[in-house]
Design a protein around this ligand. Sequence first.
Ligand SMILES: NC(=O)c1ccc[n+]([C@@H]2O[C@H](COP(=O)([O-])OP(=O)(O)OC[C@H]3O[C@@H](n4cnc5c(N)ncnc54)[C@H](O)[C@@H]3O)[C@@H](O)[C@H]2O)c1
Length: 317
Amino acid sequence: MRILVTGGAGFIGSHLAEALHTHHEVHVLDNLSTGQRENLPPDIPLYEIDLLEAEALEAHFAKHTYEVICHLAAQVDVRSSIEAPHQDAQVNILGTLRLLQAVRSFRPWVIFASTGGAIYGEKARLPIPESEPPNPESPYGISKLAGELYLQYFGRVYGFPYTILRLANVYGPRQSPHGEAGVVAIFSYRLLTGQPTWIYGDGHQTRDFIFVADVVEAFMSVLRHPTTTQNQIFNVGTAQATTVIALHQRVAAQVGSGQCPQFLPPKAGEVRHNSLDARKLYQATGWQPRTTLEEGLAATLAAFQKTLTTTRFQNKG
Ligand SMILES: NC(=O)c1ccc[n+]([C@@H]2O[C@H](COP(=O)([O-])OP(=O)(O)OC[C@H]3O[C@@H](n4cnc5c(N)ncnc54)[C@H](O)[C@@H]3O)[C@@H](O)[C@H]2O)c1
């Protein structure tokens, strides 16, 4: 199949593009705002296009059509969305709309990376199933929900299939440790380099951490099961809730550091507890997360360590 991965030079998108590339013809569309060319094997074509450039998008899709579009390009930082909600909405709402408008004539199957961490809001029932109504508490959660709704609208009106995957907190190699999103990457990088770490709030807030390879496998399992996954919404998570303080302890233990984090006032727009019930995806495709947190953290730290060693080596050279 010919598959386009938007945001394919980013953290999750590059792992997905690489995995798809072994069985399919894969193109990547990315503006490289947070993504990097080096994240991709050189033989995957990368089209450096911004979703907000309507003309460039139309020109691209006049030349290239796809059976499947995995739409991952987005502004992904909850805290940035609170500081600059209009910028978040530009990319996540208008960018998604522009993409859908540009591809409506050839009706691809659109598989959308949404969020299960930011869309539901605070829920009494954990792990959260898809049947819980969304109640986002941040502009990021609102813009991803708007993306879902526009996708469903375009699917209905223009007759193309869609699948929405609401991802939990994804971590793994290539996640950026810079900025405020991606707590595993931030703890890993800072503990490995002996820099101070901090936690917003008391550290007892919980998150559902899922390894990136399991998320990639969720996309692959959806692609293998179109009849049970099209026009559906699925959670992609582990159902396990881990406190941020416990995560810090686990990363520090694997690094061999005794460092304690500094505690800062909690940030607005972040839910206290989150974990996702992904049994619906299991029933539709047989998908289950396979990587334990210990294994995933070890793989992430090994990758960060390798990058740091290479960078130091290059700097010395
Ligand atoms: N990382 C997580 O924990 C997580 C959790 C839930 C959902 N998601 C979703 O998964 C997707 C990928 O997230 P990620 O963590 O890999 O982030 P990322 O920042 O690494 O990837 C996003 C990619 O989109 C590109 N991009 C941003 N704006 C663009 C634009 N206007 N035009 C074209 N490309 C643009 C960036 O350059 C980057 O390569 C996002 O849609 C995000 O909302 C991520």
